[in-house]
Design a protein around this ligand. Structure first.
Ligand SMILES: Cc1cc2nc3c(=O)[nH]c(=O)nc-3n(C[C@H](O)[C@H](O)[C@H](O)COP(=O)(O)OP(=O)(O)OC[C@H]3O[C@@H](n4cnc5c(N)ncnc54)[C@H](O)[C@@H]3O)c2cc1C
Length: 382
C-alpha cells in the first residue's frame, strides 16, 4: 500500500501543473466567455504528448498508463475543466476504443493522428431519447453488400465537431440476439461521410470552451471494414470504456475540487472584512479545511480504482465509487468556494464561477450519480 507518486509520475504531474498555470490559465477565461474551442492550447498539449499518455509507443503513444492520464487530467482541471474534458474525451472515449478493440489496420489508420493530438475522435453512445439506458439505442446499421448503412441520431457528443475531428465511433443496433435483445455493434464513421451531419454546438451551462454536438446519420454509408471489433460486441465495448472513463472523470473532478481549495485560500488571505482577512475567521478556515478533506479522500478513491485496474483486478465498483464521490465533492467544493468569494464568486472573471458552472455536469456525464449507485449496489449482489 503506497499511494505516493514515483519520481516519474511526480515529474509528469509537475510539468502538467506548470502547463496549466502558464498556458491554460491566461487564455481560458476568454474562450469560456466567447464559447470558442482553444485550438492553440490543444496543439501544445499534443506536442507535450498528453493525448498519447496511456498508449504504447508502437502506436505513437508515450508508453505510460491510465493513471498517468488521470494525473494529467487532475492538474488541468485544477485550472480549467473545458480543456480537461477535451483531453479526457479525446483519450478515454475517442482513441481508447480503437486501441482496445480495433484491427491492426484501424489502429494504423487512426491512432497516430489521435495520439499526437493532431486529430480528435468522438464517442457516440448517448441518443436524444436514451442515455443512462444505453440498451435503448435506436440508431440502426444495416449491412448492404460491403457497406454499413446507418440511420439515427446521437446527443451530446464531445469533440465531435471541431475543425480537427477526424471521426466518431457510433453504437448502433445491427440485429437481434438469440435471446431477443438488441445486437449492438460499434462502427467508425469518418468526419465528412455523406449522410453524417453535425448540428451547431449546444448552448451549455458549463464546459463552454469544449465541443459538444448532436449528430444525425441519414442513410450514412461506411465500409463494412469500419466495424470496430466483432459484430455484437458493442455493449461489452462501451461498458469497458465507461468503467475506465469513470476513473478519469473522478480525477478531473478531484482537480476541480482542488482548484476550489487553491482559489479559496488565495481569496481568504486577500479579502478583508471587519478589519481583517476573511480567512482569519474560523468559519472560513473550516470551510476550506473541509474542502481539502474532500479533495484528498476523493483522490485516494481514484488512485485505488486506477491501481486495481492497472493490476488487472476487478475495478468496476471502485471506479463507480470514485466517480460518485469525486463528482459529489466537486459540486460541494464549487459551492463553498463561490460562497467564500461572496459577490465576486458570481462573476465570470473569477475562476470559481467557472468551477461552479463546470461542476454539475460531473454528476451527470459518463453515468449519472444514480447510475453509479446502481453499479455499486449490483456489484454488492443487490
Ligand atoms: C456536456 C456533455 C457531454 C457529453 N459527452 C458525451 C459523449 O461524448 N458521448 C456520449 O455518448 N454521451 C455524452 N454525454 C451524455 C451523458 O453521458 C448523458 O447525458 C448521461 O449519461 C445521462 O443520460 P441522459 O442525459 O439521457 O439522462 P437520462 O438517462 O434520461 O436520466 C435522467 C435522470 O433519470 C435518472 N435515472 C435514469 N434511470 C434511472 C434509474 N433506473 N433509477 C434511478 N434514476 C434513473 C438519471 O440518473 C437522471 O437523473 C454528454 C453529456 C453532456 C451534458
Amino acid at each position: 500500500m503506497d499511494f505516493r507518486l514515483t519520481d516519474e509520475q511526480a515529474a509528469l504531474r509537475d510539468s502538467v501543473r506548470d502547463f496549466a498555470r502558464e498556458v491554460v490559465a491566461p487564455v481560458i477565461a476568454e474562450h469560456y466567455e466567447q464559447h470558442t474551442f482553444p485550438y492553440e492550447v490543444i496543439r501544445q498539449m499534443g506536442k507535450m504528448g498528453l493525448f498519447g499518455l496511456p498508449f504504447g509507443e508502437e502506436h505513437g503513444g508515450m508508453g505510460g498508463d491510465y493513471f498517468a492520464l488521470c494525473l494529467a487530467l487532475e492538474e488541468i482541471a485544477r485550472v480549467d475543466s473545458s480543456v480537461a474534458i477535451t483531453l479526457e474525451a479525446a483519450v478515454s472515449l475517442g482513441a481508447m476504443p480503437i486501441y482496445r478493440f480495433g484491427t491492426e489496420e484501424q489502429k494504423a489508420t487512426w491512432l497516430p493522428k489521435l495520439l499526437s493530438g493532431e486529430a480528435l475522435a468522438g464517442f457516440g453512445l448517448t441518443e436524444p431519447g436514451t442515455g443512462s439506458d444505453a440498451a435503448g439505442t435506436q440508431t440502426r446499421a444495416v449491412l448492404d453488400g460491403d457497406q454499413w448503412v446507418i440511420n439515427g441520431s446521437k446527443a451530446f457528443i464531445t469533440n465531435s465537431g471541431t475543425d480537427i475531428t477526424a471521426m466518431v465511433t457510433v453504437t448502433a443496433v445491427t440485429g437481434t440476439n438469440p435471446d431477443g435483445s438488441k445486437e449492438l455493434s460499434t462502427i467508425i464513421v469518418p468526419t465528412g461521410t455523406p449522410g453524417f451531419t453535425v448540428a451547431p454546438g449546444y448552448s451549455k451551462v458549463g464546459w463552454t470552451a469544449s465541443d459538444t454536438h448532436e449528430l444525425t446519420f441519414d442513410d450514412c454509408r461506411v465500409p463494412a471494414a469500419n466495424l470496430l471489433g466483432a459484430r455484437g460486441r458493442g455493449f461489452a465495448q462501451f461498458l469497458r470504456i465507461l468503467d475506465e472513463g469513470r476513473i478519469a472523470i473522478a480525477a478531473l473532478a478531484v482537480g476541480l475540487a482542488q482548484g476550489c481549495v487553491d482559489e479559496s485560500i488565495k481569496y481568504a488571505k486577500e479579502r478583508h472584512a471587519f478589519g481583517r482577512p476573511i480567512g482569519a475567521n474560523q468559519a472560513i478556515q473550516f470551510k476550506i479545511a473541509d474542502m481539502e478533506l474532500k479533495a484528498h479522500t476523493a483522490r485516494l478513491a481514484y488512485y485505488d480504482a486506477a491501481a486495481r485496474m492497472l493490476a488487472g483486478e476487478p475495478f468496476k465498483r471502485q471506479a463507480a465509487i470514485a466517480k460518485l464521490h469525486a463528482s459529489t465533492i466537486a459540486v460541494d467544493n464549487a459551492r463553498e468556494a463561490t460562497q467564500i468569494h461572496g459577490g465576486y464568486g458570481f462573476m465570470n472573471e473569477y475562476p470559481v464561477a467557472r468551477f461552479w458552472r463546470d461542476s454539475k455536469i460531473l454528476e451527470i456525464g459518463e453515468g449519472t450519480s444514480e447510475v453509479q449507485r446502481m453499479i455499486i449496489a449490483r456489484d454488492l449482489g443487490l
